[in-house]
Unconditional design. Sequence first.
Length: 229
Amino acid sequence: MTTRMRPLQANKMRKARLGLQMSLCMFLPLASLGQGEVVFPAAHRSGGMPLFSALQRRHSTQAFEARKIPWDIVGNLLWSGYGVTRRQTGVRTAPAYKRAHEIEVYLLAEAGVWRYDAEAHRLEPIQPGDYRALAGKEPHVQKAPLSLLYVADPTALPERATSLTETDKRRLSALHVGHITQNIQLFCASEGLGIANNPVLDTKQAIVSLDLPAYKWAVAAQTIGYPGP
């Protein structure tokens, strides 16, 4: 005899499991979760530092502590950069030409590599291992707890943008990454995190190391952590 769970009871159990997973994400540092999926709690959509204060505080950092960033802050960071603001239309926090969302955001940490799934507000595991060096050649890249690598997928451009030349597509992706990185910069200023922009990186090496299709290209990266002395 099979006992079927009532819909309300099943829903409560799903919420409880999700709540436990969220709690783990909030309190375990980056290196502690291994290479599993990370589902973030809902991002904060209010509060924070006033815009003009964040603009005033925004600056680049060259020295970082090794201290890990809690997952809930990482979730807010990613949502601020490229999260979905209106699910009905798929609009993101960063503006995009003809709603083209061809940029992929990869999080590089000591424990592994994840891809940010903006629609589900989660991190999808890509592969284990420390690939932080792909984010740039500066010494601080390997010392900070995480970097964000921005990869363009030209095949993800909407049909109405396919008439663009290859040069225009690259310019468009660079523009989109600029919007995202500025959002990330302002969040870091508001949250007291340090950040460094890394425009010089080995695009081919990044694509090969992460086992991504050859038609994708790495546009830029940012290194993030608590400011060091």
